[in-house]
Ligand binder design. Structure first.
Ligand SMILES: *Cc1c(COP(=O)(O)O)cnc(C)c1O
Length: 455
């Protein structure tokens, strides 16, 4: 399969470039040049596969020029052997709503699903190529933990994780900073998540720097994450045996919900994708009325969604503009100047596939409380926002992506229902272990220096 950049689709790339580089040199995101669309008959053939088999079938549509199907199948198996659920994900009920539990991996958030696979894919690549790679990633809490767990101890790989100092939950931080392997480096930035993400973007676009350290990225702009996440949309559809299905997705960087859009483009009968945001509601304003102007980031009890500019939205802009990369590049200039209003005809196209809602802090706490009292289930604050958005839009029979285990956000759970959600036994140790991280100023040159000194 060939890939192009959203900002210049005259050049072609292969899977290796897409995976290792993450971001195109022109600043655009990689997208496939064309997509496999499954017919109804072909979908039926996938219906009874195990999660691992289904993953292999879906990922193989994108990666066959990089890894054979047999080797891919082995990597998938290895990646999900670390999960507490045999079928990787699990579907449960909260009242009428179905929850797609995606948090049964080693760091208790959905990001493990893609990241465990990506860690093994790097290992596969480095076994064939004599290279050292430095992964640099910004996190609003969960990406970093998932990436560290996936990369720790692997040879010829280092990982540097930038998180906003004091702006993630203490459990989120401890899961990242108590890892002892020598190839893991945690950096706390005096700033917010968008600052961290900007620093990483600036380092990538400084080609001299990024080439000199063989820099690679695993943020949600990495196409491989998207395709691995598309699998659980297919899996839910097959498990629930419906004619058509809708999903509500707690959203930050628009990665997870874009994976649902990809599944729909590949022929999966999805009706609506509900974009659920917290008070950082740019995506809700964009999808409901075309207003894609960012405001100050606010800190909330769902920190993994405290994002204003959602990187993956660029991919949607590209598709909505009929794969016109010149137009996409122009729009991204407007986005950069923070003056983009979605054109009326494009908004209509977006609204065929997407709906949106947002929940404020009090609503989120209330949803956690109500579901605990009525359904005896503790929702993490991100999942609660998904449930809240589905309810506000009266989509009572949709599937809500449950993106994290509630014990990762003890402060919010305590404030809502005055209970302590315990960590699973195998993670209890992070509470007493010594933490390792450096606090660095919010300045790209200082971070570059910091990284250079450590490799
Ligand atoms: C990352 C994250 C999200 C947002 O996912 P995106 O792909 O960035 O939209 C939602 N919930 C949790 C718990 C997360 O860690």
């Amino acid at each position: 399969m060939k890939y192009v950049s959203t900002r210049d689709n005259s050049k072609e790339y292969n899977f290796e470039q897409v995976f290792i580089k993450g971001l195109a040199d022109d600043g655009g995101l990689y997208v496939p040049k064309s997509l496999k669309k499954f017919s109804f008959q072909e979908l039926l053939e996938l219906k009874n596969l195990s999660y691992n088999e289904l993953s292999t079938e879906i990922i193989n549509q994108f990666s066959s020029d990089f890894i054979s199907k047999e080797e891919l199948s082995n990597l998938v198996k290895k990646s999900y052997s670390t999960f507490r659920e045999k079928e990787v994900v699990k579907i449960s009920n909260v009242g009428e709503i179905k929850l797609l539990e995606l948090f049964h991996g080693p760091t208790l958030a959905f990001k493990d699903v893609a990241m465990q696979f990506i860690g093994n894919l790097y290992e596969y690549y480095l076994n064939k190529n004599d290279k050292k790679i430095n992964i640099v990633v910004a996190t609003s809490g969960d990406t970093g933990a998932a990436a560290i767990d996936a990369i720790k101890g692997k040879s010829n790989l280092n990982i540097f994780v930038l998180h906003p100092n004091n702006k993630i939950s203490s459990v989120q931080r401890k899961i990242m900073t108590t890892v002892e392997e020598k190839n893991v480096f945690n950096i706390a930035i005096d700033g917010n998540f968008d600052d961290c993400q900007n620093i990483v973007k600036q380092m990538f676009s400084d080609l001299e720097f990024s080439k000199s350290i063989n820099m690679s990225g695993v943020n949600s702009i990495n196409w491989v994450r998207i395709i691995v996440q598309a699998v659980y949309y297919f899996y839910s559809y097959f498990k629930l045996d419906k004619e058509i299905i809708s999903f509500a997705v707690p959203t930050g960087n628009f990665g997870d919900v874009f994976a649902g859009y990809l599944a729909k483009q590949m022929g999966l009968p999805i009706d609506k994708l509900i974009v659920a945001t917290n008070e950082n509601d740019i995506l809700h304003r964009a999808i409901s009325k075309g207003d894609y102007v960012s405001k100050e980031v606010r800190e909330t009890i769902s920190p993994s969604m405290d994002i204003q500019l959602a990187s993956n939205f660029e991919r949607l802009i590209y598709y909505v503009n009929s794969s016109d990369s010149e137009k996409t590049a122009e729009i991204m200039k407007k986005v950069k100047q923070n003056s983009y209003q979605i054109e009326k005809n494009n908004l209509e196209i977006i609204q065929k596939d997407f709906l949106s809602e947002s929940c404020n802090e009090q609503e989120t706490l209330d949803i956690i409380k109500k579901n605990y009292e009525e359904n005896n289930i503790i929702l993490d604050p991100h999942t609660a926002i998904g449930v809240g958005a589905a309810k506000k839009l009266s989509f009572n029979d949709c599937v809500v992506l449950s993106t994290a285990h509630p014990c990762k956000f003890p402060e919010a759970i305590k404030n809502s229902i005055n209970l302590k959600a315990d960590l699973p036994d195998e993670l209890m140790f992070v509470m007493d272990e010594k933490e390792n991280y450096n606090i660095v100023d919010n300045e790209v040159e200082k971070i570059k220096q910091h990284i250079k000194e450590r490799i």
